[in-house]
Design a protein around this ligand. Structure first.
Ligand code: ZN
Length: 646
């Protein structure tokens, strides 16, 4: 990920009024001074409890507790990560961004290469779309193919900027050269074949896409990052990929196929409660859905579905309907999706037509429009019914051996589920699905446990998905998760206590609102008293270190000290409070005393217990322990104070 310069984050915060940011999704009302309120965009409510402050640049909802700044607001309401949110805001409010050079992130050159690749793709999209709308024979042929052969409305081509690459890719190479894109961008955009040692000339630039219908592929932010090209009668005989029905852009610095879902940029605005995403197999299927009014359709890029794609999807909505061709390739792809969905917490249903009839989603929607969707929704299968249908086509004729094999296949899929609750629910559904009604669910639970113990977990993604596809996310993390799930009650540290009323949080609040006392607190508070597993504790120690170094940047310039979204939200929330405190030094000492007691008292109790047990043992020399005890008692009793610091 490119790393943004700290200074531009601060710059954005100074320039952008949070009122303008919130206004995009909620209507602000004045609440006195710099304060505003609105109906909360994060939870359902009738009276506004979402407050924000145009001066401080923070928001807090007193209903659901969400809090943060302009960045977290855009992240949460638009489903972007931090960098994407910063970029979106910069673009919206016309602020130029700068990126760090070196230090792990991409250099300025790499950064501008990415931006140039986006620009080049936008340019190519427009160029090829204009070619599609042009006057030549190839353009006429392609438009006819679109409306008569594929039976898509002409407006849909405009909406999605469908393009034409004729035998010479509609002169894209020359146009890109004229436009003076950098050599690096042209070499790496994936739209051309070019020998590494070849000079950059129109002749050397061989187009990848020839005689094809061009579908621009957009990422979830709506930026064109690649193309899919459909073979047509115009595809020339001497084309390298003549036989391929679809040719895709190769992976480039801006395009990773396993992290992209076609049409997600539009579909995400339409998905929500009761409106699941609908996964179809191809981009043209998704366009068909869109054209009949099913706006939540998405398609994987290429044939395999990856964990990365489902994690991306889950940012927006967790319900998914899978509607693939009823042929065996489609059904296999659907079965591969299932364990990944269970693993990523996506609730998936499988759309089918009643009966065993063949279903082609494209044809169905073309003939019946949205009514086709209602029909397949009626025949939808849950996960268990779908598996049963797939692994055991005919239960009545099944032998015991066949059934056992089927159950093991089902176990392998269930093992992928991360949630214990979900596993148990699925196990309880096996008996009814197999018609084995006399078998109680606990039998399957014990049997499943035995399956896992025998190493079944390793086969969790077994027959369903090939290693390539499941590993696309992050293989090392997969392995770590597997290990973790296998050993409940392992050696992970106990979760830290709830952060709501800890002394760490209180002290953090105080140093943020009474910054002049920060140095004194830093001098009086040893870092080991602070519980660093608490977000507030980690921040407190970090802040105190800055104070003691004399480096405290001031509470309005904390960007560089905040590392995670949770930290940003916590600080935002604390800055929003207005503590009514007459003597902050006294309250700080109280907090410090609580920290000290919590740090030292357990050891004192331990010593007391030990001494009591050892009281009857004459040979035991308690001198050292007694000394430690009196030292602890002394420390616990001595009054704490903040030294006066200039
Ligand atoms: Zn709320």
């Amino acid at each position: 990920m490119p790393r943004l310069k700290e200074s531009c984050k601060q710059d954005l915060k100074l320039r952008i009024n949070i009122v303008d940011v919130v206004s995009r999704v909620a209507t602000p009302r004045r609440a006195g001074g710099n304060r505003f309120k609105a109906l909360c965009p994060f939870h359902q409510e009738r009276t506004p409890s979402f407050h924000f402050d145009s001066d401080k640049g923070f928001y807090k909802c007193f209903g659901c507790g969400k809090s943060g700044d302009i960045f977290s607001f855009v992240q949460e309401t638009e489903g972007l990560n931090f960098t994407e949110a910063v970029e979106a805001l910069a673009q919206r409010f016309n602020v130029a961004l700068e990126y760090e050079e070196g230090g792990g992130g991409p250099s300025r050159e790499e950064r501008s290469l990415r931006q140039e690749l986006f620009d080049l793709h936008e340019f190519a999209t427009e160029h090829l779309h204009q070619a599609f709308k042009g006057a030549g024979d190839a353009a006429k042929w392609m438009r006819d193919y679109w409306t008569a052969n594929r039976r898509f409305p002409a407006e849909l081509a405009d909406e999605f900027k469908i393009g034409l690459a004729d035998a010479q890719c509609s002169g894209l190479g020359a146009a890109v050269l004229r436009k003076k894109f950098s050599e690096a961008a042209i070499r790496q955009c994936g739209l051309f074949y070019l020998y590494d040692d070849a000079l950059l000339t129109v002749q050397a630039l061989k187009p990848r896409f020839r005689g094809r219908l061009m579908i621009p592929i957009r990422d979830h932010q709506g930026r064109v990052v690649a193309f899919t090209a459909r073979q047509t009668a115009l595809t020339p005989e001497d084309d390298k990929s003549r036989e391929a029905k679809y040719v895709n852009s190769p992976e480039t610095p801006i395009f990773t196929k396993g992290n992209l879902l076609f049409n997600l940029d539009r579909a995400r605005a339409h998905a929500g409660e009761g409106k699941p995403f609908v996964m179809v197999e191809g981009q043209l299927d998704a366009l068909r859905c869109w054209s009949v009014g099913l706006k939540t359709a998405i398609a994987p890029q290429g044939t395999s579905i990856t964990e990365g794609q489902l994690l991306l999807l889950r940012r927006y909505h967790t319900e998914l309907e899978c509607f693939f061709d009823s042929d065996s390739a489609g059904q296999k792809a659907a079965l591969r999706l299932l364990p990944l969905a269970l693993k990523t917490g996506i609730e998936v249903r499988f759309l089918t037509l009643a009966g065993e009839g063949k279903v082609d989603p494209d044809l169905l929607f073309l003939e019946k429009g949205l009514a086709g969707y209602d029909e397949v929704k009626k025949g939808a299968f849950g996960a268990m019914q779908f598996m049963r249908r797939y692994v055991l086509p005919d239960a009545r004729g099944a032998t015991a051996e066949r059934t056992q094999g089927a159950v093991r296949e089902i176990y392998a899929v269930i093992a992928a589920a991360d949630s214990e609750l979900l596993r148990r629910r699925l196990l309880s559904e096996i008996a009814p699905a197999l018609g084995a009604l006399q078998v109680t669910p606990d039998v399957f639970e014990r049997d499943f446990a035995a399956f896992l113990a025998k190493g079944g977990r390793a086969a969790a993604t077994g027959p369903a998905a090939s290693p390539n596809e499941t590993a696309l996310g992050d293989p090392s993390r997969d392995a770590a998760e597997t290990a973790r799930t296998d050993r409940p009650g392992d050696s992970r540290p106990a979760p830290p206590p709830d952060d709501a009323s800890t002394p760490e949080r209180d002290l953090l609040l105080l140093v943020l609102h009474f910054e002049t006392l920060g140095r004194a607190l830093a001098a009086a508070c040893p870092p080991e008293w602070v519980e660093e597993r608490l977000p507030s504790g980690a921040l407190l120690n970090r802040f105190l270190a800055e104070f003691s170094e004399g480096q405290w940047p001031g509470r309005d310039h904390l960007e560089g000290l905040l590392e995670t979204d949770a930290e940003r939200a916590l600080v935002a929330s604390l800055l929003f409070e207005t503590p009514q405190i007459d003597d902050p030094a006294k309250v700080i000492v109280e907090g410090l005393t609580r920290l000290r007691t919590r740090a030292l008292a357990p050891r004192l109790r331990q010593i007391d217990t030990f001494l009591a047990q050892a009281a009857t043992d004459n040979s035991f020399d308690a001198t050292a322990l007694l000394k430690e005890r009196s030292e602890l008692q002394r420390r616990l009793r001595s009054p704490l104070a903040l030294a006066a610091v200039a």
